[in-house]
Design a protein around this ligand. Sequence first.
Ligand code: ZN
Length: 53
Amino acid sequence: MPELAEPAAIVEQFDCPTCEVPAGSTCRTRGGKVAPKYHTPRFMLVPQLRAEL
Ligand SMILES: [Zn+2]
């Protein structure tokens, strides 16, 4: 099984279901600031990453 080179890059190919940022953007907090990490539901969109949770 090949290793994921850049999980963040894969996650960013999807819109986030939680904070609703579009693909290509990092997650935002409710206050509109850049979130320290991606929201879990966004990872759920990526089968390879979901397997690692
Ligand atoms: Zn998000």
